[in-house]
Design a protein around this ligand. Sequence first.
Ligand code: ADP
Ligand code: MG
Length: 699
Amino acid sequence: EGEVDFKEEAKFSQHLKKGEAVSDFAKSKTLAQQRQYLPIFSVREELLQVVRENQVVVVVGETGSGKTTQLTQYLHEDGYTTNGVVGCTQPRRVAAMSVAKRVSEEMETELGDKVGYAIRFEDVTGPNTVIKYMTDGVLLRETLKDADLEKYRIVVMDEAHERSLSTDVLFGILKKVVARRRDFKLIVTSATLNAEKFSNFFGSVPIFHIPGRTFPVKVLYSKTPCEDYVEAAVKQAMTIHITSDPGDILIFMTGQDEIEATCYALAERMESLESSNKQVPKLLILPIYSQLPADLQAKIFQKAEDGARKCIVATNIAETSLTVDGIFYVIDTGYGKIKVYNPRMGMDALQVFPVSRAASDQRAGRAGRTGPGTCYRLYTESAYLNEMLPSPVPEIQRTNLGNVVLLLKSLKIDNLLDFDFMDPPPQENILNSMYQLWVLGALNNVGNLTDLGWKMVEFPLDPPLAKMLLMGEQLGCINEVLTVVSMLSVPSVFFRPKDRVEESDAAREKFFVPESDHLTLLNVYQQWKANQYRGDWCNDHFLHVKGLRKAREVRSQLLDILKTLKIPLTSCGPDWDVVRKAICSAYFHNAARLKGVGEYVNCRNGMPCHLHPSSALYGLGYTPDYVVYHELILTTKEYMQCATSVEPHWLAELGPMFFSVKESDISMLEHKKKQKQEKTAMEEEMENLRKLQEDEERE
Ligand code: ADP
Ligand code: MG
């Protein structure tokens, strides 16, 4: 059960250069001394010279060589910030935050002063900011307001090898900025060696190599495929901890759930060892994933006390974007989560896939930064050689392009098939995304933005969420929809500790609005507000206060955008049916019809989907005939994440291109219409009567 045998492999990396072990390095050196020790420091002058002489430069260097933290500072020191900002993009929000913090420490300035960062819904920059780290998505949105990016003197497109969706779109856009602005410079950095491709894209620009400094890493493969990699990783980590020399451990898992399970299991093993009075050194168990609160993220960089060992359990964030020194052991599950767009289903799904060989080599390399290390691969050598792709597929070729299409359309790039993509997405994906936007009413019949589409672009939200918000305007319930959208933009606020499952489930059920998981979120938020946004109230009700606070921030930022668009804040009061209608208007493409208890099929493509066991809809006592859902997650089954019951005639009314009304439904519609007419007639009658009486009294 999860037992792994390892077969020793040949040396993975042999380029041992300056072989100085540096495990206690950070402890004994000042920040300034640490900066000078980084490989990039030895080539600082040459690098700046190449930048002075060229408008675009590609910089290649091993992870940890200092590209992300040093390059921006060198540019600042070389005078580029006297007339403009040095911007540096990151594909991951965690990296943007963590690196900005580090650089602000190195420059001895408050975070948000000279050095700041911006991620979606969070801007920690100020008037003094001259070095700005941001996600590539943030810079992409800035091009909407300022096509020439006038405030930037230089942009560093960092981690370009990750080929995130926004980075790939920025490539095409920045190429134009470079052509239009002679005073603008662009640096593209990459950890791996596909630099040629970047260089060619910008017209054969120079490639600058930072000399590497790595130690050999011994790679061990599992002899047999491993069945439960969480269990296997935990065992391996414990074996290392008990039997191997000092040195920190880094485990790669696919996502938050697995990371939590791994950390929990490790803590349990440690506890049982300690309680049986075995002499084991301390193990510091540190999770890291993108949704982890920033203060907990920062912990991975803290030094362990003497004699203790760190064990970091990470997603592929630790592959290249974050570098932690002192790692001697890597445990690699060989899997990662990636977003894939299925054009047939017309949706994105986060799926667990084997990583590419390039990624698995990157992972192994993390063990050789401080001294010679070991990498335990929880998969067979044959899987590595025969089943893994040589390199990852760029995101632009595998995800939904709805946002990109909307953005490019608003930049007046009319023919998307002609846009200068480094690797164009499949035409089918572009057309499919355009179709989705048309269905939502953001594009008209000739593919141009509609009024609704123009408004949707203003919001840093996925198109359906933006549509939901704007339908709230039409339906007079924008105040409520705003809350729903904000709650959907943060990780789940429900806290479910493993040792208090029943208690926390009961607490959650108290918030249930039986027609809808969305309205349940609205209910949670409104109750929190009614309790003065108190933190202790959250703890009492098993809610993550940080998540709720984040939702509140998101809400206030979206509110600001609504204000600039002069959209008034309407409310429907306690009658929430209309909120469900707004949700339906944005998610009718995710409509599902009841098949059996808790079992549904997608109305359009017949895909099976299941009500999640935690859904509020079970509280109805029966399962509704029609629901729409926020997204489908594939775990053991296809589960609908966040579902809301809807009236079938809403589907016909809001998504006529997908749904037609059956006879029975028509008569139901007619019936309702008649009821409404009767009601208005009655009201008019009463009003007339009242007037008559008034007149009589006056006479
Ligand atoms: P690269 O971008 O070339 O991979 P970085 O500039 O990210 O390299 O990293 C350079 C060094 O800075 C590494 O040794 C790393 O450990 C250290 N470092 C980066 N961020 C932090 C942080 N938040 N706290 C402590 N050290 C950090
Ligand atoms: Mg970096």
